[in-house]
Design a protein around this ligand. Structure first.
Ligand SMILES: [Zn+2]
Length: 85
């Protein structure tokens, strides 16, 4: 077993590394690699940011501003009126 994993090894194992499910020897190798390799460190930071980005992207939209809510109510009221009134 290699002491220092390759970039491919690190990027393949990052999810398990983040979850803490890798054996200690592999975690240490990845930690050392991340300390020395800015490419994998950036990849790891991007992976760590994903849950927050997904949460933001999947969150329901904020409530409509008051003006939009009022306009929508007026449109709905107009649609309920019988024609010619
Ligand atoms: Zn690397």
């Amino acid at each position: 077993m290699k002491l220092l994993p390759s970039c491919h090894d690190v990027q393949t194992d990052l999810t398990e590394y983040a979850e803490g499910t890798l054996p200690v020897s592999r975690r240490l190798g990845i930690r050392l690699h991340l300390w020395m390799c800015w490419v994998c460190a950036a990849f790891a930071r991007g992976l760590e940011a994903l849950p927050g980005i997904a949460k933001t992207a999947l969150a329901p939209p904020p409530e409509a501003p008051g003006a939009a809510t009022d306009a929508l109510a007026q449109v709905q009221l107009a649609l309920r009126k019988p024609p010619g009134t």
